[in-house]
Design a protein around this ligand. Structure first.
Ligand code: PHE
Length: 343
């Protein structure tokens, strides 16, 4: 029994000595398991107790219980202190310093398309044009028929269309705004508008998107001539791409203009010598244009014997890509801030 008693006290004193040290929460837990835990050294003594003579069993059991209780209390006290210290430390470390400066908010930028449309509008407003609008979901009538493109006209294939129904189409061009505006304004003169907006075509690659933007131009008055068209476009191109740009008109075909032209601008990279951008030709196509077809003037309510007009349509993405040197149209729609931040 003396041996037993010594061992019990030895464990007790050992634990008490350990508890004097500055134990970490993990070390404390480990010490507890090692001694008063299920497989701990003190707990193991209950088993050995059975080998004692009967008269000592009771005494030994009592002693182990007492020591165990006092140790458990010592552990609980230590844990309590530790929790208080931990809490105090957390409170100290996690306080919110409201005097710290806030996180900087990054400045926003205007989208390159917005910049280009604004700039185009600015130039034409300066020439006395006003801004008109039309619906993006358009009738077959305004998108095609009123523009001299009857139902089975082969030129409809020039623009692969998204039809909503037999009679409704996502507009493939901003040209329907020509007729809508004339109908609204007739018989007033002049009709002098640009119409920026979204258009839709079944097309998708590095330079074509199924949705893109155009700016339409229309000038109807008495005595409007092809030379007026050329003068306005030259002025526009020089303001947009630089004072030393030239333009050239190539004969072309659109059902709603006669004559029709495709308009090229002298290359803004090589100035006309020929480079990768202009594919060696020195010229870059930027828009379609022409004199408003008499049938279209009639559709708008005007008498083609009295008035003439010119019209043009340009792709905004194309202008933006040329102006800012953007090589892939998809960058314009990805909305990656690393791209947008550059404008
Ligand atoms: N609507 C034509 C197109 O989308 C461009 C154009 C507009 C041509 C006005 C002539 C006159 O290709």
């Amino acid at each position: 029994m003396r041996v037993m008693r010594d061992r019990i006290h030895e464990i007790e004193q050992q634990v008490m000595r350990e508890l004097e040290k500055r134990l970490s929460p993990e070390e404390l837990q480990e010490l507890k398991v090692r001694t008063v835990g299920k497989k701990g050294t003190l707990t193991a003594l209950y088993k050995e107790m059975r080998d004692l003579r009967n008269e000592f069993k009771r005494e030994a059991g009592q002693l182990i219980n007492e020591v165990r209780e006092s140790l458990e209390k010592a552990f609980a006290d230590r844990e309590g202190e530790m929790a208080a210290v931990l809490m105090e430390r957390r409170l100290r470390e996690e306080t919110l310093d409201i005097s710290l400066p806030g996180l900087p908010v990054r400045r926003g930028y205007q989208h390159p398309l917005t910049l280009v449309i604004d700039e185009i509008e600015e130039i034409f407003l300066g020439l006395g044009f006003s801004v008109a609008e039309g619906p993006e979901i358009e009738t077959d009538h305004y998108n095609f028929e009123a523009l001299n493109l009857p139902k089975d006209h082969p030129a409809r294939d020039m623009q692969d269309s998204f039809f909503v129904s037999e009679e409704i189409v996502l507009r493939t061009q901003t040209s329907p705004v020509q007729v809508r505006t004339m109908q609204k304004m007739c018989p007033a003169l002049p009709v002098k508008i640009i119409a920026p907006g979204k258009v839709f075509r079944y097309d998708d690659d590095a330079t074509h998107s199924p949705m893109f933007h155009q700016v339409e131009g229309l000038f109807v008055d008495k005595g409007v001539r092809m030379s007026d068209l050329k003068g306005v476009l030259l002025l526009f191109v020089r303001q947009m791409f630089g004072e030393d740009r030239e333009i050239r008109l190539r004969p072309s075909f659109f059902p709603f203009t006669e004559p029709s032209a495709e308009v090229d601008v002298s290359c803004m990279i090589c100035g006309g010598k020929g480079c990768r951008l202009c594919k060696g030709s020195g010229w870059i196509e930027i828009l379609g244009a022409g004199m408003v077809h008499p049938r279209v003037l009639e559709m708008g309510g005007y008498d083609p014997a009295e008035v003439t007009g010119f019209a043009f349509g340009m792709g905004v993405e194309r202008v933006a890509m040329l102006k800012y040197g953007i090589e892939d149209i998809r960058l314009i729609y990805d909305n990656d801030v690393r791209f947008l931040r550059q404008f």
